[in-house]
Design a binder for this molecule. Structure first.
Ligand SMILES: [Zn+2]
Length: 328
């Protein structure tokens, strides 16, 4: 019986360099489901996440309507950004898409079909961690099509408000994808934490460093929100809640700078509504869902500020962006 000699140890021949290959689009391997309540509606909702073909993009399907309606993710489909990012197509809406979109950005998922049984994505624990876990459990697979990035080629900036209301967000050219965010909340509990955070997606630390940061709110706002029919599903199990002095959650914070990190999480979700991954350095001061969407629209309005790129040689991909599997 013949056996093959497999060289190993210091005398083994050097490994041949791997052949250049294309950076591919990704979807999930199997169907997966989540059930929860909407943060604002308080309604029970079921999500079924399915693999989708190359170039399909991320599509929400309202399966509860008499005629199912597809809402494809794009900067122009964002219709309302007052408390969350909302997608619209005719009368059909899907609210609070940003945490799920952030998880998709963090895992580098391009194509997904998401059946939803009500108009709001479930809040789950108020972060993106459950979505990351769900998508990762479904498995992430490469698809036979190149991943198409939007590479920013010159700075684009949007500004709003004056004085204490001033806020801005901008994109600068960068070989990679980084985000840096500064908040400014005049509140003792927030003051005591880091008010600015920088994050490099290529670090491979999205799941560990960003995804677990929860949304936050103040008890003084909750009454006003509820009077307007909002925040009905919100509470201590899916948000950091603060009175005028302190954090009310018994377990405290998940990160020392959880507030600023949640703003990075949100920005990643808002910017992934572009429908393509960005190659850019994003920076922002007190930005929110509305200004993030205006930034995308300002980018698209200036065709000389960006170009679409694919990588047919993995050696050209910015460090860390070819492998976005999360490490917890
Ligand atoms: Zn959020």
């Amino acid at each position: 019986m013949a056996s093959r000699f497999v060289p190993s140890g210091p005398w083994a021949p050097a490994r041949l360099p791997t052949m250049p290959s294309m950076l591919k689009q990704r979807t999930i391997k199997t169907v997966t489901r989540a059930v929860g309540v909407g943060l604002h509606s308080g309604l029970r909702v079921e999500l079924t996440l399915r693999p989708a073909p190359p170039d399909a993009g991320i599509v929400f399907r309202r399966v509860d309507l008499p005629q199912p309606v597809d809402l494809k993710v794009s900067a122009q489909a964002v219709s309302d950004t007052r408390l969350a990012s909302t997608l619209s197509c005719g009368d059909a809406r899907v609210l609070t898409v940003e945490h799920l979109m952030s998880a998709c950005a963090g895992l580098g998922l391009d194509n997904l079909l998401i059946d939803i049984t009500a108009e709001e994505v479930p809040i789950l624990d108020g972060s993106a961690a459950s979505f990351v876990y769900l998508l990762q459990s479904a498995g992430v697979v490469d698809q036979p099509a190149p991943r198409r990035f939007v590479r920013v080629t010159r700075p684009v900036e949007v500004r709003q408000g004056e004085g204490a209301q001033h806020k801005w967000a901008r994109l600068d050219p960068h070989h990679g994808y980084t985000l840096s965010f500064e908040i400014e909340f005049d509140h003792p509990a927030v003051d005591a934490t880091g008010q600015s955070v920088s994050f490099d997606l290529g670090s491979g630390r999205y799941a560990r460093e960003i995804a677990r940061a929860r949304t936050f709110g103040f008890t003084r706002d909750v009454e006003m929100l509820r009077a307007n029919g909002l925040a009905r599903g919100g509470g201590l199990d899916n948000a950091i809640v603060m009175d005028d002095y302190r954090v009310l959650n018994a377990d405290g914070l998940r990160y020392g700078d959880e507030f600023a990190k949640h703003k990075i999480l949100d920005a990643m979700g808002d910017l992934y509504l572009l429908g393509r991954p960005l190659l850019a350095a994003y920076s922002a001061f007190r930005s929110g869902h509305g200004l993030n969407n205006l930034l995308l629209r300002a980018l698209l309005d200036q065709p000389d500020a960006w170009e679409e790129v694919i990588f047919d040689d993995l050696r050209q991909v910015p460090p860390g962006l070819a492998e976005l599997m999360p490490a917890w």
